[in-house]
Design a protein. Structure first.
Length: 412
């Protein structure tokens, strides 16, 4: 959603008890970005009732019951179920289904109206994870053997599954949604709390075409941090210290504020380009490289996105960044410490061809990593490749020089 790809969202359900439910902030964020959000059936109905004044559109009878205050408890829609390997098969019965079934049983004469509340109370008193038809049958049979068994059998008919009915209604609403029916103009502003910013940092990267199934996607962040704890304690560590992390944080924040974050397509294109440079021609070699680097696909994609964001900000503020050089030089110990960086002859390439000079400049250990000369020029603070080449005495039309640099930088 944060990358402008979603225009309509349908919210139906979650995994109760084991996975965090969708945040209200996530819904507000989507609506604030002009996205139509529909909710119904289960968690979707709960959130739609809670956020209805902010523009989410509630669908179905379960939503209406929550919105009217008839229902309040989460257990009205909660169920226990199997995992994905078993198709998420339901093991228990939600109270909304029980309510619909008992009301229908009264209508057809199976359940005396005087016993309706007793039957509801007996079902409600059963913990949601234990509320099966067998358990309900015993509870109702204990109340009255005359109607208990018949009502239990009747209640299991599929037409009483209001969650399924409402879920289908949400899908139809999403399918029929039109851009011109977008959410009303929001008369509120979403506050980016510290918790929201943390969520964005942890999850905000676009989906790109997967290289393969990523077995390491659930690697613990705490375990990752333990590996580099020493570097984290060093404020000046170039890659992981406080300054580096502050830079990364600000890149994300400024790109978000300016609305210049890269799209999923741009991340995909850069991903493919880096794979070509690294010689990763297929999924097998890519997987081997990631395993050798101890990286997950998600971590690598975030790194690519961060690279694009930093480059984009560098272009956006190229002129302003040049003015920061004196301050950074002073922080590094003064001009005497950096003057040698401007002397090509100290690279050991005096009198060499332009291709060799550029290659030496681009491959110095203290130069920023870049896949192309355009990237290198931007990272060095130049406004264009032409400006960069002019400082080396190289003819900007010497395309062979750029080719040599890229080839020399490619891993063997």
């Amino acid at each position: 959603m944060g990358h402008g790809e979603a225009r309509v969202i349908g919210l139906v359900d979650g995994v109760f008890g084991s996975v965090g439910s969708v945040w209200h902030k996530e819904i507000l964020f989507a609506i604030s970005r002009g996205c139509q959000v529909f909710g119904g059936a289960s968690m979707g109905a709960l959130r739609a009732a809670e956020c209805r004044s902010f523009g989410i559109r509630g669908v179905g009878t379960v939503y209406a019951a929550y919105a009217d205050g008839e229902l309040e408890d989460d257990d009205e829609v909660a169920v226990s179920h199997l995992d994905a390997a078993f198709g998420y098969e339901c093991l228990t019965v939600p109270m909304v289904t029980v309510r619909a079934a008992l009301s229908a049983a009264v209508s057809v004469g199976l359940l005396p109206e005087r016993d309706h509340e007793r039957a509801l109370k007996a079902a409600k008193n059963v913990f949601y994870a234990d509320r099966t038809w067998d358990v309900l049958g015993r509870e109702w049979g204990a109340l009255d053997q005359d109607w208990g068994p018949d009502v239990t059998l009747f209640a299991q008919q599929p037409q009483h599954d209001v969650k399924a009915v409402d879920a289908a209604a949400v899908l139809r609403a999403v399918q029929s949604a039109r851009p011109e029916d977008g959410p009303r103009q929001a008369d509120w502003q979403m506050e980016p709390t510290v918790f929201w910013r943390r969520l964005v940092q942890e999850t905000d990267f676009p989906s790109v075409a997967p290289w393969f199934e990523d077995d390491g996607a659930q690697v613990s962040l705490a375990r990752r941090i333990d590996v580099v704890r020493g570097a984290l304690l060093d404020p000046g560590h170039a890659q992981l210290g406080t300054r580096a992390r502050l830079f990364a944080h600000l890149v994300y924040q400024v790109c978000e504020a300016l609305g210049i974050a890269p799209s999923a397509r741009e991340v995909q294109e850069r991903s493919e380009r880096i794979r070509r440079v690294l010689g990763l021609g297929d999924a097998r070699t890519t997987r081997q490289w990631l395993l050798a680097s101890k990286l997950t696909v998600a971590e690598w994609q975030r790194a690519i996105r961060f690279q694009l964001m930093a480059e984009r900000l560098g272009e956006e503020y190229a002129a302003e960044l040049r003015h920061q050089v004196p301050m950074l030089v002073a922080a590094s110990g003064g001009w005497a410490q950096v003057e040698h960086l401007a002397e090509p002859m100290q690279l050991g390439v005096e009198g060499e061809s332009p291709s060799v000079v550029l290659t030496a400049l681009a491959t110095r250990p203290d130069m920023p990593s870049a896949a192309t000369l355009e990237d290198l020029a931007a990272r060095l603070g130049f406004t264009s490749l032409t400006e960069f080449l002019s400082t080396t005495g190289v003819d900007p039309g010497d395309t062979q020089a750029a080719t040599d640099v890229v080839e020399r930088r490619a891993p063997q």
